[in-house]
Ligand binder design. Structure first.
Ligand SMILES: [Zn+2]
Length: 139
């Protein structure tokens, strides 16, 4: 296996949990179906084929986190997935974990953000004392 392919596989493994969480998040708010979810995930930079997404949806349903039922959409029958009460519960505890991880992942960056001088808007006065508007200056 090439090194590039190995990195790709490792990344997929890392993202698979994020993708499942993302699906659960949307399914907790509204009914979702495969194709729309593929588009939604693509919007977030995850490129999934139906052959990858559908087994994920089926797996989540098998685990009791999602429940699906066929529903008519513009003359087509689609399988619509919604989070079950168990799915809602898992999502709630996963959110807590994500919040904690998020804090740790971006801890250093927010410290740099605070230390960096920010441009501030200060009034600029002409020599005659009249306010001539504002200008951005780094303090
Ligand atoms: Zn989303």
């Amino acid at each position: 296996m090439s090194a590039e392919k190995k990195v790709h596989l490792d990344a997929r493994q890392l993202y698979s949990g994020l993708i499942r969480l993302h699906i659960l998040h949307h399914a907790a708010h509204e009914g979702i179906f495969g194709l729309a979810m593929i588009e939604e995930l693509a919007r977030h930079g995850y490129k999934l084929s139906p052959g990858t997404l559908y087994p994920v949806l089926h797996g989540l349903e098998e685990n009791g986190l999602l429940r699906s039922q066929p529903q008519g959409f513009a003359g087509k029958i689609r399988r619509v997935y919604r989070a079950t009460p168990a799915g809602q519960k898992v999502l709630k505890s996963a959110k807590e974990k994500v919040r904690e991880l998020f804090g740790e992942l971006f801890e250093d960056e927010s410290a740099i953000e605070i230390a960096r001088p920010r441009p501030r808007v200060v009034p600029v006065r002409a020599t005659n004392g009249r306010n001539q508007g504002t200008a951005k200056v780094a303090l």
